[in-house]
Write a protein that binds this ligand. Structure first.
Ligand SMILES: [Zn+2]
Length: 162
């Protein structure tokens, strides 16, 4: 089973802060460095679903206050209980009216993150057009999408507010 020491807890804190920062900016290429493909896909779907309804989810100022609990759930996955502060609301795109949450209000929330140990491999196919990518490519030769090497340490596989 995996063991997570203090140094690794700090790395995990940084990864969670960065992941949510990119998520708040809808920067899916930025996120892809830290997250599993299935979670990125879920976020892209959620993003387009809200957009089709004329809405936008705003997530700002996410900050991990503490990592309370780390439990190994398999040989390459851990569950991480986190207390974090975050400003989060949903607004209408046309008139900026907030329909859920409160603007300029930073709340403390508890999350459970599932992280998996990354194998440090690059993508083998383009996330956007599906083209097969050679290991040494930095850009997709067909659509120009940057090819991002996965973080060599941990990848976020799931996020739950608890
Ligand atoms: Zn491509």
């Amino acid at each position: 089973m995996l063991k997570v020491d203090d140094e690794e807890r700090n790395i995990i804190k940084e990864i969670l802060n960065k992941t949510i920062e990119y998520y708040g900016k809808h920067d899916f290429l930025g996120i892809s460095y830290y997250e599993t493909d299935s979670l990125i896909k879920r976020q892209i779907d959620n993003y387009h679903d809200l957009q089709n309804r004329g809405l936008e989810e705003v997530i700002k100022n996410f900050f991990v206050i503490s990592i309370d609990e780390v439990v190994a759930i398999s040989d390459n996955a851990i569950s991480v209980g986190v207390r974090a502060s975050v400003e989060r609301y949903i607004k209408c795109l046309n008139n900026s009216e907030v329909i859920d949450g409160t603007r300029d209000y930073v709340a403390e929330k508890k999350y459970e993150f599932i992280l998996t140990k990354s194998e440090g491999k690059s993508q083998s196919s383009c996330m956007y057009c599906g083209a097969i990518i050679n290991e040494d490519e930095v850009k997709c030769p067909y659509c120009g999408t940057p090819i991002i090497a996965k973080n060599s340490n941990w990848l976020v596989a799931d996020i739950k507010e608890v």
